[in-house]
Ligand binder design. Structure first.
Ligand code: GMT
Length: 379
């Protein structure tokens, strides 16, 4: 099949999932066309099966806001026609499903029918989408999609609670390539980060408010009182500066390493002992899954879809949002004993394998086949 994928190309989980999906589909013989404003960060290799089409938005001083959706829908029309695309898969309702719908309608004027699959990833629905300024457009775009998928049961339920959705929402969880991690790294440069006797605690995110970055720092501050340890903070975002200040106030700056965005998170995770994800809300928690596949147990909040990924008492522990004492106590339970830590590490890997790419990508292919067949009814 020739599939156009629209996603955010940045470090966010939705872009990562869309990119890894495209790469996996190309490996299974499909022709993939990424259409977005920048080459996706995880898309390192273009091939005869993977193409990237950049959306340019010309700057006009006349416009107070440059119309990205307009440029995207025009680019979609051109690319779909030029490459004879069979199917459009958009990640994120805002604004991709909206632009996709416009492209579909323009193409229909020319007798071309392209089914659109929309995957809901979280913040578009739970935070932005429900705002009255966006809600009618988001509801409309979801209802006009040929198939809607959600990355967790929790997000599906949240979407049905907030919006007036007419059709089905199918849950297809996020995934991870377990095979990629089956050979353990030999170049774990653990010694660059911590001494032999120290544990390494890690957090990776885009440092938005929803990630509750101060909780990460406060949990670690309690951990390090009992367990010699270092905290590695990976990512960039609005809460980073405040986090650095908080470390100074708590007197733990010498134990916290801020690394910025990284394309090498597997190398960092391979020497980590524990992952912290105390988010306010999280549709899935891809970062937790990436930690788990690298044998890193997770201490998280029980928000949103996280309990569908991190299994209580098995791959880690879950606490109520904001309960930093509980999270710290549970982290210490895991970290203080070598045997307990080893058990949680192995369990984390086992739990992550539930989401192996080999199991999940065929679910998308099944959806594509169904939507593609249905198109004959619509032409
Ligand atoms: O977590 C973020 O802030 C980034 C956001 C995104 O737009 O990529 O992530 C969302 O999608 C990911 C992939 O499906 C999920 O793993 C994240 O849980 C979800 N984030 C939120 O719901 C806050």
């Amino acid at each position: 099949m020739k599939i156009a994928i629209v996603c955010y190309p940045t470090f966010g989980g939705s872009g990562v999932v869309a990119t890894e999906l495209g790469i996996a589909l190309a490996n299974r013989g499909h022709e993939i066309h990424f259409i977005t404003y920048k080459q996706p960060v995880r898309l390192e290799l273009l091939s005869n099966k993977i193409f990237f089409h950049e959306v340019h938005v010309p700057e006009y001083p006349l416009f107070h806001y440059q119309p990205y959706e307009l440029a995207l829908s025009s680019k979609l029309v051109d690319t779909i026609k030029l490459h004879k695309i069979d199917l459009l898969h958009v990640h994120y309702a805002i604004p991709h499903a909206y632009a996709g719908y416009m492209a579909k309608k323009m193409l229909e004027e020319e007798g071309i029918y392209v089914p659109m699959i929309t995957t809901l990833h979280g913040t578009d629905i739970t935070l932005v989408g429900k705002h009255p300024f966006y809600k009618p457009a988001v509801t409309f775009s979801i209802n006009q999609s040929d198939v809607v998928t959600s990355v967790s049961e929790s997000l599906k339920q949240g979407t049905l609670d907030i919006f007036d959705i007419h059709g089905e929402i199918e849950v297809i969880p996020n995934f991870i390539d377990a095979k990629k991690y089956s050979t353990s790294f030999t170049d774990c440069q653990r010694s660059n980060m911590a001494t032999e006797d120290e544990r390494i605690v890690t957090h990776i995110s885009n440092f938005r408010k929803v990630k509750r970055i101060p909780d990460v720092i406060k949990i670690f501050s309690k951990i390090q009182l009992e367990i010699p340890s270092k905290l590695i903070m990976v990512g960039e975002g609005p809460e980073k500066e405040g986090a650095e200040r908080l470390c100074e106030e708590l007197g733990i700056s010498n134990k916290v390493i801020f690394l910025g965005n990284s394309n090498e998170i597997d190398k960092i995770l391979c020497f980590s002992d524990l992952f912290l994800l105390p988010s306010e809300s999280e549709s899935f928690g891809l970062a937790a899954l990436e930690a788990m596949i690298n044998k890193v147990p997770v201490i998280s909040s029980n928000a949103g879809g996280i309990p569908e990924v991190n299994t209580e008492g098995v791959s880690g522990f879950l606490s109520d949002v904001g309960d930093i004492n509980d999270m710290a106590a549970k982290a210490i339970t895991i970290l203080k004993n070598d045997k307990v830590l080893e058990r949680f590490k192995l369990n984390a890997l086992k739990e992550a394998q539930r989401f192996d790419i080999q199991k999940v990508v065929p679910l998308y292919e099944e959806v594509y086949e169904r939507a593609y067949k249905r198109r004959f009814k619509n032409v």
